[in-house]
Design a protein around this ligand. Structure first.
Ligand SMILES: Nc1ncnc2c1ncn2[C@@H]1O[C@H](COP(=O)(O)OP(=O)(O)OP(=O)(O)O)[C@@H](O)[C@H]1O
Length: 288
């Protein structure tokens, strides 16, 4: 990854994706496409397994700026998680490039914590791995445990946790450090309502500290609450990139038209109510 420096000295770009293509190569028995391959192998007598490519991201470009929280939305399999992994530098682009200012930290439900070790040890090792000093870890420790809401479980091995508890602990560890670029994959979906609220607040705080947050979520509500920009992907391509409300409205119109119509009605009613209130206020002022 290459570091981009600010030409203007003002708001700086933190991530630039330049026509990035991300492809998975599947080899071995998983690459076989059912009977056709089996028949071909029977005919040719070849035993070497085939190889198949999945073009998960097929030419995506955008520039992300300091202080932005960007929601990646799209149906299942549209390439959201793959793009996030590309930004994190975990996948090498087949074509194009990603440039980042600072180190991106990927926080996902699969973030590597060690299930046979206690929450305590995982907090220590996770924080050290993120570059904190032992003193910093000590300082943050209680906050992380509180934020994760795992209480006494912290002293037990993580394989005794429910999947929600594990996900909350992962989020709490990753969000304890002010990251330049924080990438969050569906982590919020696993928490209960109260934890979601706390996480949303945390994302807003991270944004205030001038970091850039990318959030992959199936919950348009969470994206609405936390992101000021949304990128809509379909089949590995960007359909729309812009202000959250606009993108989500367009997305809902395509995928959930009833909900989109209901939301438009609600908004119109709200605007009418505000206009009536303003008019009443103006009347009262004129009369008084
Ligand atoms: N490790 C992998 N190996 C091969 N193909 C993969 C792998 N991970 C994802 N894919 C494929 O890449 C495409 C994009 O998947 P990706 O997980 O990025 O989509 P997504 O939008 O995050 O989906 P979801 O909303 O279901 O999580 C899909 O066709 C998926 O099957």
């Amino acid at each position: 990854m290459t570091v981009v420096t600010s030409p203007s000295g003002e708001r700086r770009p933190t991530v630039i994706a330049d026509d990035i293509h991300l492809t998975y190569k599947i080899t071995g028995k998983f690459a076989q496409r059912g009977g056709v391959v089996a028949l071909a192998r029977a005919v040719t007598g070849k035993t070497s397994p085939g190889m198949r490519e999945v073009k998960a991201v097929r030419g995506v470009s955008f520039t992300a700026w300091e202080g932005e929280a960007i929601g990646l939305i799209g149906p299942n399999g549209s390439g959201k998680s793959t793009l996030l992994r590309g930004i994190a530098g975990l996948l090498t682009p087949a074509a194009g490039a990603v440039y980042t200012l600072g180190d991106p930290a990927l926080l996902g439900v699969n973030a590597a914590l060690i299930s046979t070790m206690s929450g305590e040890r995982n907090i220590l090792l996770g924080c050290l791995a993120m570059g904190m000093t032992p003193e910093e870890v000590e300082e943050k420790y209680d906050d992380i445990v509180d934020f994760a809401g795992i209480g006494e479980f912290v002293s037990l091995p993580m394989n005794a946790y429910s999947s929600g508890m594990g996900a909350r602990l992962r989020f709490a560890i990753a969000a304890s450090k002010a990251q330049d670029i924080l990438l969050i994959d569906e982590a919020l979906a696993t928490g209960d309502a109260e934890f979601r609220q706390r996480s949303e607040k945390r994302i807003l705080q991270l944004r205030e500290r001038a970091g850039t947050v990318f959030l992959v979520s199936h919950s348009l509500g969470v994206v609405r609450e936390t992101c000021d920009r949304a990128i809509w992907l379909e089949e590995g391509l960007v359909v729309m990139d812009g202000e959250t409300e606009e993108v989500l409205d367009a997305y809902e119109s395509r995928h959930d038209p009833k909900k989109a119509a209901a939301r438009r009605e609600m908004r119109a009613a709200e605007q009418a109510r505000e206009a009536a209130e303003q008019a009443r206020g103006a009347d009262a002022k004129a009369a008084g």
